[in-house]
Design a protein around this ligand. Sequence first.
Ligand code: 6PG
Length: 245
Amino acid sequence: MISPPETFGSYGAWLGAFKRAFYNAYSDARDSVAGQGGPPRAVPGFHVCLAGGRTPAPLYSALAADPDLAALSESLGLHVWVGDERQVDQDSLLRNSRMIELAFGPAGSWPRPPVIHPWPSGEADAACASYLAEIRAALGPGPPGFDLEVLGLGSDGHTAGIFSLDSLGGHGACAPTWAPSEPRSRMSLFPPILASAPYILVPVRGPDKAPILAELSAGLDCPFARVLGSRGRILYLPEPEGRTA
Ligand code: 6PG
């Protein structure tokens, strides 16, 4: 059963909750590393894995414009990974990595800019293998896990690039998948790497997501429910995209 969604009455309140949660997780990680705590990492940092799609783009832009995060990054670098990718041209705006790179572009002026780790280009199996190796090299030597994840919720109950329950079984931690709508060829991280973070945020927006939220609250079994369980915070803004005030 999913955790009860938190519903917000304005874009500002929704954004504020998201930014506060992100800042608090980042600050906790910085304090933990400063106190010699935290997982042993080949690449020290605050490693976040982000969702693609349309909903989170303005939230990522707001993070990139946040001076408090810029200040945090001076003591612990921000590393941005992608939870799933579409098999489209590298510079297509449908590419999640491209959307994330554009959203975080203004953070290039931070004293210590975020390091974006885009999904590798090329043939799907090779790109997945290469990305998984990069994740393991950076987050190892222990079992790789992110510090914070942003996951999305599709109207059909998918999350990341996981669209069917049977695709959850037997896959490795990173593999090509198939979506029922364009772009159909996808690539996705899977549990245990996906949804292993101590902080998981699920920004959901628009009246079209109300039905799936109701079905999930009634116990719907779907990839989102299997991957997330009762973990994470679902931040729901009923109003449609477009308004940013
Ligand atoms: C993707 C995403 C996907 C997304 C949901 C919700 O590649 O599309 O990773 O899992 O989060 O489909 O998308 P919207 O935010 O556009 O509704």
